[in-house]
Design a protein around this ligand. Sequence first.
Ligand SMILES: [Zn+2]
Length: 262
Amino acid sequence: MNSIIFKTRKFLRNRLLDILSINTVPKKGVHILNGHFLSLNPNANPEIFQHLLEGLQKKGVEFINFEDAANLIVNKNIPRNKCLVAFTWDDGFEECFTKIKPVLDSWDLKAAFFINPNFIDGDLEYRKHFKKNIVLTDKNPMTWEMIKTLANQGHVIGAHTLDHLSLDSENTNFLRKQIEGSKFRIEEQLGAEVKHFAFPFGQLKYISAIGVDIACKTFPFVYSQDNYRHYFSFDGRVINRRHFECDWPLNHVIYFLKSKSF
Ligand SMILES: [Zn+2]
């Protein structure tokens, strides 16, 4: 029953977006998009992402490496005559490496991947719980080898907590363990500083004020996936990203490249 409601809602949302997105154009500014995988369909071909990039480019979008986009936003150095788009993916699924990375390589484009160390290192039981109850997909995580290859090739590896839990908590020990612990574990593997953090579930309600404080003390760059008409939330301390997935229709993605303000 739930799946019927979910499918009906998704269908209605997509038809509404079909109508709303007629004749929309990408708005000028710097946009950081945030996805999770190539597609929920395990048989999807990476060409769908390739076609999305080609379609965006034809509409005037220019792609930019993730770190350059983050620096432009933090320095409030937004070009007024261009629509610049950078990409991030959360949760560290294997197909980020096997299906998305090859497309990024063909565009010579560097992205960011926000990962959960315990999903990578967890035993079968942990992973089963993580997939079924937390990320709601049966996809496996990247290995540390894959993640090291991404980092060595210039992509950014960011932290996304140890266990992908909501940070809407006042418990300082819990928050520090999830936030600082994920930084420590990734740095241990990569032998390099981790500067970027995206909190799980993305909406502003999923992190407490104390959580924002700890995250901003631990990382120079902290990201949400909310409030995408504004560059920042939490008084300029958190950079907002916009949700997309690689298999969304071109017009829907363009529709979400809205005008933004500080
Ligand atoms: Zn996530």
